[in-house]
Design a protein around this ligand. Structure first.
Ligand SMILES: [Zn+2]
Ligand SMILES: [Zn+2]
Length: 242
């Protein structure tokens, strides 16, 4: 497949600044999780059936506390009372302005991850169904091909739950029709491809961990944002890369 240079130098510089900021916020999240996990996890009850929790059911005090910490790190401090009002708005479907909304998403994921890590049992090796996350019910994920044989896993980018899934098929809708699925790659991003499914009109990224070592899938998703645009163009029928 023909590839374009998707990032200009200017975009690379912007990406480096975004990464710095991202790493700073992630460091704060890890610190907060270590401090808060014992108390927050002890009080939390998983649902008896999947999904074991939803973002709406996470403890609000934890979300607000972490969100406030992230705002402080970003030098945009806000009072908890104000954050509570904003969280209510967000839950009612009102859009929040960036970057406060972006930090709220990080806070939600930080709390979800902490609860998933401490309370949800290991998934074992039997393949699980594709689709939304069985732990948090979200549909923001990547698939991974693990060494040595490329066994496939689906990992939720919200709560971090990783489960084994079938080696082929659309991880969004489960369609097994190979000719309905197109894999787009770019030389710029070795080891990662975006799978586009014409059965459900969705796309998802797949990382081959035999080719590429990835420490942080969420960052990998952000870093490779041009692949999203390529997939959207493809789905819109413009076939933009050729
Ligand atoms: Zn999840
Ligand atoms: Zn599909």
């Amino acid at each position: 497949m023909q590839t374009n240079n998707l990032n200009t130098e200017l975009e690379e510089q912007h990406l480096a600044a975004v990464k710095d900021n991202y790493l700073k916020l992630q460091a704060e999240i890890k610190l907060w999780q270590r401090e808060q996990a014992p108390g927050a996890v002890a009080e939390f009850q998983l649902a008896s059936a999947s999904p074991f929790f939803t973002l709406d059911s996470l403890p609000e005090e934890s979300i607000i506390d972490l969100w406030q910490r992230l705002n402080r790190v970003a030098d945009e401090p806000q009072e908890k009372a104000d954050l509570r009002i904003l969280l209510d708005k967000f839950k009612n479907g009102e859009p929040l302005v960036n970057p406060a909304a972006a930090r709220l998403q990080l806070a939600l994921a930080g709390v979800a991850r902490m609860i998933c890590q401490h309370l949800v049992p290991n998934p074992g090796e039997a393949n699980q169904p594709f689709g939304t996350c069985p732990v948090c019910g979200e549909k923001h994920f990547m698939t991974l091909l693990a060494p040595p044989v490329g066994k496939r896993y689906q990992q939720c980018l919200v709560c971090g739950y990783q489960r084994p899934v079938n080696a082929s098929g659309c991880a969004c809708c489960g369609s097994m029709e190979a000719k309905k699925q197109t894999y787009l790659k770019s030389e710029q991003y070795p080891g990662i491809e975006v799978a586009v499914c014409s059965d459900c009109g969705s796309y998802f990224k797949q990382v081959d961990l035999r080719e590429l070592s990835v420490e942080d899938l969420v960052w990998e998703d952000i870093r490779t944002m041009p692949l999203n645009y390529a997939a959207e163009k493809w789905l819109a029928g413009q076939n933009g890369w050729n």
